[in-house]
Design a protein around this ligand. Structure first.
Ligand SMILES: Nc1nc2c(ncn2[C@@H]2O[C@H](COP(=O)(O)OP(=O)(O)OP(=O)(O)O)[C@@H](O)[C@H]2O)c(=O)[nH]1
Ligand SMILES: [Mg+2]
Length: 190
């Protein structure tokens, strides 16, 4: 750690670090969202399907996020649970235009929420979950209220959650989501 880093830590200027898991089916837009949250000079121009997972970083006004951007492809989804215990928050992304696979997204969400306590304690931890109802720009997309109904989000009583409509290509809706997440994390940490 450099002198400046140590000094800013001592003065309380360094941003608090949080670990976030970014989950959701393949092609929902996870990597596009995380990429858009980085400073423009750090953004990649070419987003490809994630293999396994990748670790990304971005900052909000007071937090420094380390994101485990997991692949949503079926063959990699069993990797998710190995990272549950790392997560202090979850970003769950849904392709709002993919009505056919909404039921699969719900199944994956239910599996996550009911994950056995002894491994990750997801079930009993009040970790915040931010949902992005993504791809709102597409004509076939349903509203975030509809996504919320299809995933039965109102049944989540033991964790703070929030859903934002987003268009990750334009970056719309992302900041609102990150602001909410930051407020939730700070409410717990301070
Ligand atoms: N129209 C539209 N396309 C989007 C949006 N977000 C992402 N995409 C596109 O959707 C495709 C998949 O995006 P990714 O970010 O790779 O999706 P992913 O969820 O990371 O997929 P995996 O890594 O395979 O799990 C890409 O072609 C993106 O350009 C959006 O809001 N609107
Ligand atoms: Mg990806």
């Amino acid at each position: 750690m450099g002198l400046l880093d140590r000094l800013s830590g001592l003065l309380g200027l360094r941003k608090k670090e949080v670990h976030v898991l970014c989950l959701g089916l393949d092609n929902s837009g996870k990597t596009t969202i995380i990429n858009k949250l980085k400073p423009s000079n750090a953004q990649s121009q070419d987003i490809v399907p994630t293999i396994g997972f990748s670790i990304e970083k971005f900052k909000s006004s007071s937090l420094s996020f380390t994101v485990f951007d997991m692949s949503g492809q079926g063959r990699y989804r069993n990797l998710w649970e190995h990272y549950y215990k790392e997560g202090q928050a979850i970003i769950f992304v849904i392709d709002s235009s993919d009505r056919l696979r909404m039921v699969v997204a719900k199944e994956e969400l239910d599996t996550l929420l009911n994950h056995p306590v002894q491994f990750s304690n997801i079930k009993h931890r009040r970790i915040p979950i931010l949902f992005f109802a993504n791809k709102m720009d597409l004509r076939d997309s349903v509203t975030s209220v509809k996504v919320s109904q299809l995933l039965c989000l109102e049944n989540i009583k033991d964790k703070p959650w929030h859903i934002c409509a987003s268009d990750a290509i334009k970056g719309e809706g992302l900041q609102e989501g990150v602001d909410w997440l930051q407020d939730q994390i700070q409410a717990v940490k301070t």
